[in-house]
Design a protein around this ligand. Sequence first.
Ligand code: SF4
Ligand code: SF4
Length: 216
Amino acid sequence: MSVKENKILNTAITRRDFLKFTGLGTVGAAAASWLLPGCQSKDIKIFETADGMIIHEAARCTGCLICESTCSVGNDGKASQITARIKVSQNLAYGPDGVRGDWVHGKGENGNFTMTADTCRQCEQPACALACPQGAIFQQEATGAREVDPEKCVGCGTCTRACPWGIPTLDPETNISTKCILCHGYTACVKDCPTGALSYVSWEDALKNYKKHFQV
Ligand code: SF4
Ligand code: SF4
């Protein structure tokens, strides 16, 4: 694991520590106006990357799926909800007890009908890479993204089953596993989101914003 990946701005703080310390480490974190100016929502979802975090704000998401099209066209040359590395859907997961009276307070766990996104967390110990029998998933040094080597992938789907969120997806046309590679640092889904529901904040900016806001 590189120093860049493990620490933030050459301090002893790891990305996990930072998220935990600032209360951002949970899905549906409390409003983080210090992190995202103008963010009023209590329903944000954070996906860590080596250089920063991709943030999805449910209240701004209309479910237009432009992020999914941008992603699959950019990476695969075709619009495909199957291979899109970011998936957006309406939260209809009612859970084992069905619809509950307090669903509106469920923050996504109990089918609160808000829009929700999912993508790769670029794990520090990636279960997908550890499980791959071909050693086909590697860390791209420049971005820290976990990438699939299409020359090595045999399409067995072990990575999908190993990932706690089932993120890697086999392209049905090529039988090669696909997953978010952070667009080599470009994060096209964020740039093309028409409502600003997706944001990218570098660790550097996050730390700066935090210190400024809390005057530490
Ligand atoms: S595909 Fe899953 S296990 Fe692999 S790095 Fe992404 S979130 Fe982690
Ligand atoms: S589908 Fe490809 S990347 Fe995934 S575990 Fe199998 S060989 Fe590895």
